[in-house]
Design a protein around this ligand. Structure first.
Ligand SMILES: Nc1nc2c(c(=O)[nH]1)N[C@H]1C(S)=C(S)[C@@H](COP(=O)(O)OP(=O)(O)OC[C@H]3O[C@@H](n4cnc5c(=O)[nH]c(N)nc54)[C@H](O)[C@@H]3O)O[C@H]1N2
Ligand SMILES: Nc1nc2c(c(=O)[nH]1)N[C@H]1C(S)=C(S)[C@@H](COP(=O)(O)OP(=O)(O)OC[C@H]3O[C@@H](n4cnc5c(=O)[nH]c(N)nc54)[C@H](O)[C@@H]3O)O[C@H]1N2
Ligand code: SF4
Ligand code: SF4
Ligand code: SF4
Ligand code: FES
Ligand SMILES: [Mo]
Length: 892
């Protein structure tokens, strides 16, 4: 929304600013310095330090950080009265502050130093002032930052950051009067507090009280995009020589606005880790031998010649760039002659891609991340966003703090459920019933948007009929949620507009994942919450580039830009452009290549940047399939559990060593830039794939650089038609972006849906329970997920010692009642057993898990959680049911 402008003066200078801006912000915007310490851009004004005093028209001194600028005001920032009071305030602060500036990590960046120098205050001026007598010990417990409260000036920025932005409240003001200090719960070391080590307070602390550990100053910085989750935070990599020395948030990016989470800020040690793969390896007599690139490429080319057609498959990588993914799908189709190419979206958001494509015509987030805090109601279902997408989690907390309504539906108590106006703690796997129950209430109480339903949707009557199955008594029985609560949630969502649905794997990783997605799109269509700002159905895509991996056509049924492989018009176009004959049938999805449902037809597999031995369900069946292959190529940055099984291992350059793009969850294509030379002899993934193609005599793989791949993409896929590197230098673009004049699309489905009819389609649904529920033999329900500190199979986060110190194993989280019944105490070692295998781990008793449900993360090779999980899958998307299987737990 555009705001009105006002004008006023500071020290006689005319200033124009938006209505509602504080005097301090207006001054800073216009290059006028007013000393300030407790002000911080994203936080509410606080008025604690009183350094920002200015004189108003009445001659009164006011804090400029708290006072809103008014039309016609005349402000003095340098009057005699101001200078006198300001100097006194500053002298008191400095007297109480340990002044060991030369050895302080914030030297030259400290705001107190800056103020002392601005006001010309010398040490000798402070003789009459008493220094603090508080004896405060340094807290060095956190692996990433130190707290030295002797230097703290009590500005409260850390307290406010942790409360307002993170909702964590790890620190607060403690004690009173002269003894006031920043403290944690029970004044324990920060490591023992609720702190999630995001470092947001550290980068905001104006003095040396909070400083990062070991962070040498970089000699240069390179702008890039975080390689972990789908939020796609923009970062600056600090570089010294050929080493990454730190990561800083980009304050100007729309997505993260200067914020980062613990992995993005501190999880960069993997890049220069000594265990990185540096040379190609060929397995001979069971042992890997280092070989030259030439030898490796020859060996691969000779072997792959034997597997052209459907005996070959490729698994592409949602961790790699769009350019890497484009090259691999083109290689699979053009050189190997098959559509057998898939990516980890299969294990993740394939139900979103399939479901939303059918109901709305496009399977991506309909709206943008920066719209989240402006929604009047957020329906957060099946995502532990503050752990999985921490910067999106921050936007959700911001909404809650602004008084926006939150509905959270999750079987476990997550951080966000504490902020929920309605928390629906339903039984795992019962979302269809829950959502259909809510929709029944919305129709019964006339809360639906009938004009939207009439004008923009189809199939309403058939859908409405299917609601008959879901009377609230049955829904209460299935979900375990009180029907009045379901009614409350339905009313709140339907009557608080705009309302936005945000979801992730709690919805998709089920044997009815696509039905869950249909239920959510029905809900948005019913209430008209789509096609407008801060509304929509928003599958938060998981990996840094899983959106891109699908966009690039690493799917067995689509060329780049979701053009179908079995559509004659489409394949003829691609045959002409790529100058070859192409396979016309849909290829195999990942579960039919490896794992319990494998058809056994694929004999040669090329895996780029995936670790299925740990990440796919029922790992024993995955290992068996990999053993049964004739030829396995694994291209990774580390020797993973999967790479160990390969015939050839190829060393890839990490994201810090190559140019490219990642596409985040909101469809924004953003730049990744080469900051250092590839370690060892590693090469960018797209270069490796193109070299294999050329060795095999193929044409069309002569790309000079990464940007020329995007140029080819733009020419073959209309939704990327207007994207070039030149256009995304500063800021990424959200597809569809049809031509060079198109600014991109922050909100989908504004005028019409991308379906054939242009209408949103209601889908009738029936309830299907999960495939494997607890029974007498396996009485507990196991659900699996993530810890904030680690990323999947920890090849990258495991290389940062600090992250391992913060979370070092995958414990079994169990409800206190279940633990008592089984006679377990915190820390007991147990065996978790399913029909498929067993894993030994430690017990963690916690209220987060409801009775009857246990939870495990799947990060560490020592506790391979996926030995337990079920290969049951959704019939439409073939996504596995990672979120429900039955287990029993025994003492070790
Ligand atoms: N730290 C970290 N962040 C990550 C990742 C990581 O490995 N580590 N991975 C990234 C990737 S690829 C992905 S896909 C995302 C995943 O992001 P999320 O989906 O947020 O991650 P999960 O931990 O799997 O959490 C799923 C949530 O669903 C709940 N749930 C379980 N069963 C059900 C159910 O039947 N219904 C409902 N409504 N909820 C249920 C769980 O209790 C849990 O809170 O995270 C991304 N971000
Ligand atoms: N039990 C359980 N299992 C799950 C899930 C769950 O919720 N529960 N979630 C599933 C989901 S949503 C997902 S997305 C999958 C993720 O499963 P995976 O994708 O298999 O997991 P990652 O550990 O992220 O593996 C990525 C690999 O890419 C490598 N890599 C990183 N950068 C590069 C690069 O630039 N080039 C190359 N060549 N390699 C690189 C890493 O070293 C790593 O080996 O796990 C699934 N597994
Ligand atoms: S690092 Fe993050 S979680 Fe920890 S105290 Fe600071 S703001 Fe709070
Ligand atoms: S530790 Fe830093 S941010 Fe926190 S109150 Fe002290 S000076 Fe302010
Ligand atoms: S929220 Fe995601 S993209 Fe942002 S810093 Fe954290 S891991 Fe990286
Ligand atoms: S900056 Fe205004 S009172 Fe501290
Ligand atoms: Mo994922």
């Amino acid at each position: 929304m555009k705001k009105n402008k006002i004008t006023f003066t500071i020290d006689g200078f005319n200033i124009e600013t938006e209505e509602g801006t504080t005097i301090l912000e207006a001054a800073l915007e216009n290059g006028i310095y007013i000393p300030n310490l407790c002000y911080s851009p994203q936080l509410k004004p606080y008025g604690a330090c009183r350094l920002c005093l200015v004189e108003n028209d009445d001659g009164r001194l006011v804090t400029s950080c708290e006072t809103i600028a008014q039309e016609g005001m005349n402000i003095k920032s340098e009057s005699e009265a101001v200078n006198k009071v300001r100097r006194l305030v500053a002298e008191l602060l400095i007297a109480n502050h340990e002044m060991d500036c030369l050895t302080c990590a914030k030297n030259n960046e400290c705001k107190l130093q800056e103020i002392a120098s601005y006001l010309g205050i010398q040490r000798d001026d402070l003789g009459s002032l008493r220094c603090s007598t508080l004896d405060l010990e340094k807290d060095e417990s956190n692996p990433f930052f130190d707290r030295d409260l002797k230097k703290c000036i009590l500005c409260g920025i850390c307290v406010r950051t942790c409360s307002e932005m993170l909702g964590v409240n790890a620190v607060d003001f403690g004690f009173r009067g002269c003894n006031t200090k920043i403290t944690t719960f029970a004044d324990r070391p920060i490591m023992e507090s609720a702190c999630v080590s995001c470092g947001e307070c550290v980068v905001r602390c104006p003095v040396g009280a909070l400083v990062p550990k070991n962070s040498p100053k970089p000699s240069r910085e390179v702008k890039s995009t975080c390689p972990y989750c789908g939020v796609g935070c923009s970062i600056y990599l600090g570089v010294r020589g050929n080493e990454i020395t730190g990561v800083r948030a980009d304050p100007d990016n729309k997505v993260n606005k200067g914020n980062l989470c613990v992995k993005g800020r501190f999880g960069y040690k993997f890049i220069n880790h000594p265990d990185r793969l540096t040379l190609p390896l060929i397995k001979r007599n069971g042992e890997f031998e280092e070989v030259s690139w030439d030898e490796a490429l020859d060996f691969i080319a000779q072997n792959l010649e034997k597997y052209k057609g459907d005996t070959f498959a490729a698994i592409s990588s949602a961790r790699c760039t769009n350019e890497d993914n484009y090259a691999l799908q083109k290689f699979t189709r053009v050189v190997m002659g098959t559509n057998n190419v898939d990516n980890c979206a299969r294990s993740c958001h394939a139900p979103s891609v399939a479901g939303l494509a059918r109901s709305m015509g496009s399977g991506a987030m309909s709206n943008s991340i920066d719209e989240i805090p402006d929604a009047d109601c957020l329906f957060i279902i099946g995502t532990n966003a503050t752990a999985s997408y921490p910067v999106i989690g921050m936007r959700m907390i911001e909404a809650a703090k602004k008084g926006k309504k939150l509905i959270v539906a999750d079987p476990r108590e997550i951080q966000l459920s504490k902020y929920a106006d309605v928390f629906l703690k339903h039984n795992p796997g019962t979302d269809v019933a829950l959502l259909m129950g809510m929709m029944g209430v919305i129709i019964e109480e006339g809360l639906y948007d009938s004009s939207f339903v009439d004008k923009r949707t189809e199939n309403f009557d058939e859908f409405k009929k299917s609601l008959e199955e879901f009377d609230l008594d049955s829904v209460e029985e299935i979900t375990g949620v009180d029907k009045e609560k379901i009614r409350e949630a339905a009313r709140l969502y339907a009557s608080t507009k705009p309302a936005s649905i945000l979801y992730s794997l709690g919805i998709t990783e089920h044997s009815h994942g696509t039905d869950n997605v249909f239920a959510l799109s029905n809900l948005a269509l019913l209430t008209g919450n789509i096609g407008k700002p801060s509304t929509g159905v928003n599958p938060i895509r998981g990996q840094n580039n899983v959106q891109g991996s699908c966009d690039m056509g690493c799917l067995p049924d689509s060329y780049p830009g979701y053009q179908k492989v079995d559509d004659a018009e489409v394949y003829k176009k691609f045959e002409e452009m790529w100058g070859c004959e192409l396979d016309k049938s849909v290829g195999l999805k990942m579960p039919f290549v490896i794992g319990a449902s494998s058809l056994g037809t694929v004999k040669a597999l090329y895996i780029m940047g995936e670790n299925p031995v740990l990440s796919e369900p029922d790992s024993s069946s995955i290992i068996k399939s990999l053993e049964n292959l004739d030829f396995l190529i694994v291209q990774d940055i580390f020797m993973t559990e999967t790479a160990r099984m390969a015939d050839v291992v190829l060393p890839a350059a990490s994201y810090a060593e190559k140019d490219g793009t990642f596409t985040n969850a909101e469809r924004r294509m953003q730049r990744v830039r080469k900051a250092i030379e590839p370690v060892g002899e590693s090469k960018a993934d797209w270069e490796i794939t193109c070299e294999i193609a050329k060795k095999m005599g193929a044409e069309g793989f002569e790309f000079k650089n990464a940007s020329s791949i995007v140029d080819e993409l733009a020419s073959v896929a209309p939704i990327f038609g207007g994207i070039t590197y030149g256009r995304i230098e500063e800021e990424g673009i959200q597809w569809p972006c049809i031509d060079e004049k198109d600014p991109g699309t922050p909100i989908l489905h504004v005028e019409k849906f991308a379906t054939e009819s242009g209408k949103g389609k209601f889908i009738p649904l029936h309830y299907r329970p999960p495939a494997e529920l607890p029974d007498e033999e396996y009485p507990l329900l196991l659900t699996t997920g993530r810890s904030i500190y680690h990323y999947h199979t920890t090849t990258m986060t495991g290389a940062a010692d600090g992250l391992v110190e913060l979370y070092g194993d995958d414990p079994l989280e169990i409800n206190p009642e279940d633990a008592a019944e089984l006679g377990f105490e915190n820390g007991d070692m147990v065996k978790v057993i399913s029909r498929r295998g067993e894993v030994k781990t430690r017990v963690e008793v916690t209220d987060m898990s409801p009775k009857g449900v246990v939870f495990m993360t799947f990060h560490f090779g020592e506790t391979p959680t996926n030995v337990l999980t079920s290969p049951a899958m959704d019939p439409i998307s073939n996504t596995p049911e990672f979120k429900v299987c039955a287990v029993k737990v025994e003492k070790e």
